[in-house]
Design a binder for this molecule. Structure first.
Ligand SMILES: [Fe+2]
Length: 300
């Protein structure tokens, strides 16, 4: 398969369900950027979109938390979280199987599901970018929400291996999209602190720590702009070597851990530079919202 395009974007369900609470100018420019991403993807005529999203603890609820999971079989079903509808999204099963086998052959212990469930990290960008015209996807879920998380180094290296597995597969055209971030803090401080308690201590107490969303949220625009600049300049490896998970918690919040999915795409496209199609620090959506297109000609 050839990677004919690559993008990264934010994914908050609130972008859809609280669309009209954002300042009109932000909404117009960011909805336009999502739509532009969708139009550009469709113009590339991909056979499938390899989507790297995450799970927010509703699918892998601490009973079993895989770090990387791919959906094989022919359909992924959304769980209807974040007030988005339950729906089936078609999987390109041949490509999914090929990527799974390719990564295993490369000694990457990728988990897989034959009954893949996906959450708003897939459905919100699909809705915003494509409306009802959905390309087939290959869904990959990276753990960005239930610590301990993969190291940033691993998120990037997984992308490198993913890119190799895609390119080593059967003929076809693939676009890669990573979703998540940028900076945001989700849930109360009490909830955030609880989720960082050690693995093995949380499952029984989790019902005491419900996720409650506030009306507005803090966004670290400086972090977002610095991160976007490094991605734009093809410096994902430099970012990985300068940052840790703990530092990311401080600067970009628990939601900022999702920039892993941007790093994975950067790895898959061999550090191609990128152009930002849109950015807004939207307090009403609780997140720094960004959309980026990688420039495949600058892979190195
Ligand atoms: Fe998220």
């Amino acid at each position: 398969m050839d990677i004919v395009g690559a993008f990264a974007c934010s994914h908050a369900g609130l972008i859809v369900t609280r669309a009209d609470l954002a300042p009109a100018e932000s909404k117009a420019s960011l909805f336009g950027a999502f739509r532009r991403m969708g139009d550009e993807v469709l113009r590339l005529k991909p056979d499938a979109v390899v989507m790297i999203g995450t799970d927010h603890g509703r699918i892998f609820d601490l009973t079993h938390v895989p770090q990387f999971t791919i959906g094989v079989n022919t359909v992924a079903r959304s769980i209807g979280d974040a007030e988005l509808p339950v729906e089936d999204v078609a999987i390109h099963d041949t490509f999914a199987r090929s990527i799974l086998n390719g990564l295993l052959e490369a000694d990457v212990d990728l988990s897989y599901s034959e009954a893949m469930k996906i959450d708003h990290s897939f459905i919100s960008p699909l809705t915003l970018a494509f409306g009802d015209v959905r390309p087939k996807i290959v869904p990959i879920v990276q753990n960005c929400n239930s610590p301990p998380l993969p190291t940033l180094r691993r998120s990037y290296a997984f992308g490198r291996a993913l890119g190799d597995a895609i390119r080593g597969g059967p003929d076809g055209r693939v676009v890669v999209i990573g979703t998540g971030g940028l900076s945001h803090w989700v849930g109360s401080e009490r909830f955030q602190k609880f989720m960082r308690e050690p693995a093995g201590t949380r499952l029984a107490r989790k019902p005491e720590y419900p996720l409650e969303l506030t009306d507005t949220g803090y966004v670290n625009e400086k972090f977002d702009r610095d991160f976007m600049r490094m991605i734009a300049e093809g410096r994902a490896q430099e970012f990985v070597s300068g940052w840790t998970t703990d530092r990311l918690f401080e600067a970009a919040g628990n939601g900022g851990q999702e920039i892993r999915n941007w790093l994975t795409v950067a790895g898959a496209v061999q550090d191609a530079g990128a152009e930002m199609l849109g950015y807004g620090a939207v307090a009403e959506w609780l997140t720094g919202t960004a959309i980026a297109r990688f420039d495949m000609r600058t892979a190195h």
